[in-house]
Write a protein that binds this ligand. Structure first.
Ligand code: ADP
Ligand code: ASP
Ligand code: MG
Length: 474
């Protein structure tokens, strides 16, 4: 069956569910939303910091340090108990929740014990360990909501979202997901229940637990929205929507009330953590309204995503938003032997992709004698090795110089609405950077005409973002 009318999916991030303050707001927001909406589906992340803590636990287990693992698992236990005690008045409900959490904590300990004996961990086991964050948080949230009179029901997304078996970064299989989600949630919604679904986790067709990648709960919400033909998907976080920059980097950053899907995709892809980049596409294709809202200021209208860019782009600022990705290095291949050889770039990138590295930035010299791209620092060594292997003969024959790398750099991306129709945008950007004496190491113009990416040294990140952010007011 398909539950189609009047359905909103609300996702609460770790930042919203990690504290008594955030959870109290979550209860208020849920009750308020139930007044206006027939069906409310909630997606919840692990409590703030718990996913990192679980990854740390996995690492300690792999190193054989089971004593430290136990201490950290105790920290999680105490945190759950404290939140339940602070937020649930009914002692029997608290006890019931603790009884449901106990076997999960026991399983976590058992898995970690096994890892600490063999001192080896696979992506599949890492997914299993990290999954406990969301699997425990939905039990706590269900209990808090029930204590407040909401008919919540914790649901593990392993029963709803079906993926391939690429652990740590699984891709959904939409038809299976639609079928399972409607079957499992349809009856619950019909009874007036509020499903509280684990974000981030899913399962492969064979039933193995998978995860959608870090920050993936936003994506979970989008997938459930599509599967249930939701009218709207709301991402509740700890800031007033999508902003002109990360407010942690630029305190004077302002909310962008409306932004097109394409513009926000660029921002999300280039490091704006507020929205997981994969969230946007399924939602836009299904014509679902997407909003980013602040749990701690629920009356703030936040950001609404729109299908197209504003028609009145001349009235918009030159730059809509600035974002930065740290932790990348540039890799350059150059040499006269590259000139006019068809398919060179494709060969390089195919070798790079086999290492598993993502390439968020590429630029090629028009003389066709060099190509530079950015890869995550953790991958640089194996990317260089793969390229040297591929190019061994050409390097030997001196047709290609050595593969070169830089120190760690930062990709700063500016989103500029309708850049192709506006004169002087690049001029304004580069004169502002020149005036601030900022050295730009490389440039790439986003192929979708709404963004421009620059590479600067790590020390120049803050001033670059600040200078470019000042253009959001022009
Ligand atoms: P959640 O736990 O709700 O998923 P995240 O930490 O994943 O929250 O994302 C919210 C954070 O994203 C904000 O606290 C903010 O620091 C960061 N952020 C980065 N870029 C932006 C931006 N352009 N607009 C808003 N927030 C941003
Ligand atoms: N808990 C997961 C993470 O921290 C997923 C999410 O919060 O979106 O990456
Ligand atoms: Mg997030």
């Amino acid at each position: 069956m398909s539950v189609s009318q009047n359905l909103v999916v609300m996702k609460f991030g770790g930042t919203s569910v990690g504290s008594v303050d955030g959870l109290s707001k979550l209860v208020e927001i849920t009750k308020q939303t139930q007044k206006d909406w027939k069906n409310v589906v909630m997606v919840a992340s692990a409590f703030a910091g718990n996913t990192n803590l679980l990854l740390k636990i996995a690492d300690l287990a792999q190193k054989g340090n089971f004593l430290a693992v136990e201490t950290k698992i105790d920290e999680i236990t105490v945190r759950n108990e404290k939140i339940l005690l602070d937020m649930v008045r009914d002692a029997s409900k608290r006890e019931k929740a603790n009884l449901r959490l106990k076997p999960l904590l026991g399983e976590l300990k058992l898995v970690c014990q096994a890892v600490s004996v063999i001192k080896e961990i696979s992506p599949r086991v890492s997914d299993l360990i990290v999954s406990f964050g969301e699997r425990m948080s939905v039990i706590v949230i269900e209990t808090i909501l029930r204590d407040a009179g909401v008919r919540a029901e914790a649901v593990e997304a392993t029963k709803l979202i079906v993926t391939d078996d690429v652990h740590q970064n699984a891709s959904p299989l939409l038809a299976d997901t639609i079928e399972k989600t409607n079957r499992r949630l349809g009856a619950l919604l019909e009874k007036g229940g509020v499903p509280v679904v684990t974000g981030f986790i899913a399962a492969s067709r064979s039933g193995q637990l998978t995860t959608l990648g870090r920050g993936g709960s936003d994506y979970s919400a989008a997938l459930l929205g599509v599967a249930l033909k939701a009218d709207e998907v709301w991402i509740w976080t700890d800031v007033n929507g999508v902003m002109t920059a990360d407010p942690r980097l630029v305190p004077e950053a302002k909310t962008i009330p409306q932004i097109s899907y394409q513009e926000v995709s660029e921002l999300a892809y280039f490091g704006a953590k507020v929205l997981h980049p994969k969230t946007i596409r399924p939602v836009i294709e299904a014509g679902i309204k997407l909003k980013v809202l602040n749990t701690f200021e629920p009356d703030n209208p936040g950001t609404e995503l729109t299908a197209g860019a504003s028609e009145n782009y001349n009235e918009e600022p030159i730059i809509k938003s600035v974002t930065a990705i740290r932790g990348v290095q540039l890799v350059t291949v150059e040499g006269s032997g590259m000139l006019g050889v068809p398919g060179q770039a494709a060969r390089f990138l195919s070798a790079v992709s086999k290492t598993g590295a993502t390439v968020p930035f590429i630029t090629e010299a028009s003389s066709e004698q060099s190509i530079t791209f950015a890869v995550p620092v953790a991958y640089t060594e194996c990317v260089v090795a793969a390229l040297e292997d591929l190019l061994a003969e050409q390097i030997e024959a001196r047709k290609i110089d050595q593969v070169k790398t830089t120190d760690e750099v930062v990709i700063v991306t500016v989103v500029c609405p309708n850049m192709q129709h506006r004169l002087g945008v690049a001029g304004k950007i580069f004169s502002a950077l020149g005036d601030a004496e900022i050295n730009v190491l490389a440039i790439s113009h986003g192929s979708c005409e709404v963004s421009l990416s620059l590479i600067v040294g790590v020390e120049a990140m803050q001033p670059t973002v600040q200078v470019l952010h000042s253009l959001t007011a022009l």
